[in-house]
Design a protein around this ligand. Structure first.
Ligand code: DX5
Ligand code: ZN
Length: 214
C-alpha cells in the first residue's frame, strides 16, 4: 500500500492534491501541534473538509500531545485510520479502544529511538504500527535504515499468526529506500516529498508500488 503524505502538498489546494494521487491506497495526513513536534500543520477542521473532498481513506498521523483527548474526534469525523504516538500518552490501550469505538482503525506510532519491546504486549489492541524512519516533524529528511529491525520483528509476529496488524513506515521513503523497507516486511509506505515533489504524483505512486513489489 502507498500512502502519499499531504505534508508535501500545496495546503491551499488540498482537494486538487488529493485528486492528483487517485491511485493511492490511503492519504496520509500529518497533524502536528507545535508541542509534541516543533512544527504546526493542520487539525480537525481541515480533516473534516478533506473528508468531504476525497474518497481516498484518510490515514491521520497525530503528532500531538494528549491524544487521549484529541485522537477520538478524528475517528468520529470519519478518518479511516487514526495513529497516535506511544511517547505522547500513558494510556495507549485506552486511546486505541476509544478510536476503535468511534469507528476507525487504531494505529500506534513509535519514533526512531523508541524501542518496540515495551509495546509488544499491547499491539493486539491496534490495527497499524507506524514505524517512524525519521524524527517526526518535517518532510524531506533522510531515511534511517536502523528502524527496519522493528518492522522486521513485527512482520515475523504477524506472519506467525501472533498479531494481526499492518506495518507502516513513514519518513524518507523514495525510489531508493522503498525496496529495503519492503524486504523488511512493511505493508504500507508513506511518502511525502517522493510523491508530491515529483512532476507526476500519480505516476510516482505507481512507481513506488512496483518498486516495493520487487
Ligand atoms: C514527518 C511526517 C511524514 C512526512 C514524510 O514527521 O510524519 O509523514 O510527510 O515526508 P517524506 O516522505 O518527505 O520524508
Ligand atoms: Zn506522517
Amino acid at each position: 500500500m502507498i500512502a502519499p503524505s499531504i505534508l508535501s502538498a500545496d495546503f491551499a489546494h488540498l482537494a486538487d492534491e488529493a485528486d492528483a494521487v487517485k491511485g493511492a491506497d490511503w492519504l496520509h495526513v500529518d497533524v502536528m501541534d507545535a508541542h509534541f513536534v516543533p512544527n504546526l500543520t493542520l487539525g480537525l477542521p481541515i480533516v473534516e473538509s478533506l473528508l468531504k473532498a476525497t474518497t481516498i481513506p484518510l490515514d491521520c498521523h497525530l503528532m500531538i500531545e494528549n491524544p487521549d483527548r484529541w485522537a477520538p474526534p478524528y475517528a468520529e469525523a470519519g478518518a479511516y485510520n487514526v495513529t497516535f504516538h506511544a511517547e505522547a500518552t500513558d494510556n495507549p490501550v485506552a486511546v486505541a479502544r476509544d478510536i476503535r469505538a468511534a469507528g476507525a482503525k487504531a494505529g500506534l506510532s513509535i519514533k526512531p529511538n523508541t524501542p518496540l519491546d515495551p509495546y509488544l504486549e499491547i499491539l493486539r489492541e491496534f490495527d497499524t504500527l507506524l514505524v517512524m524512519s525519521v524524527e517526526p516533524g518535517f518532510g524531506g529528511q533522510k531515511f534511517m535504515p536502523q528502524v527496519l529491525d522493528k518492522a522486521r520483528r513485527v512482520r515475523n509476529l504477524v506472519d506467525s499468526g501472533e498479531l494481526t496488524l499492518l506495518v507502516e513506515i513513514d519518513g524518507g521513503i523514495n525510489m531508493d529506500t522503498v525496496e529495503a523497507a519492503a524486504e523488511a516486511g512493511v505493508d504500507c509506505f508513506v511518502a511525502g516529498s517522493a510523491v508530491y515533489g515529483a512532476d507526476d504524483p500519480s505516476a510516482a505512486v505507481e512507481k513506488l508500488r512496483s518498486r516495493a513489489r520487487h
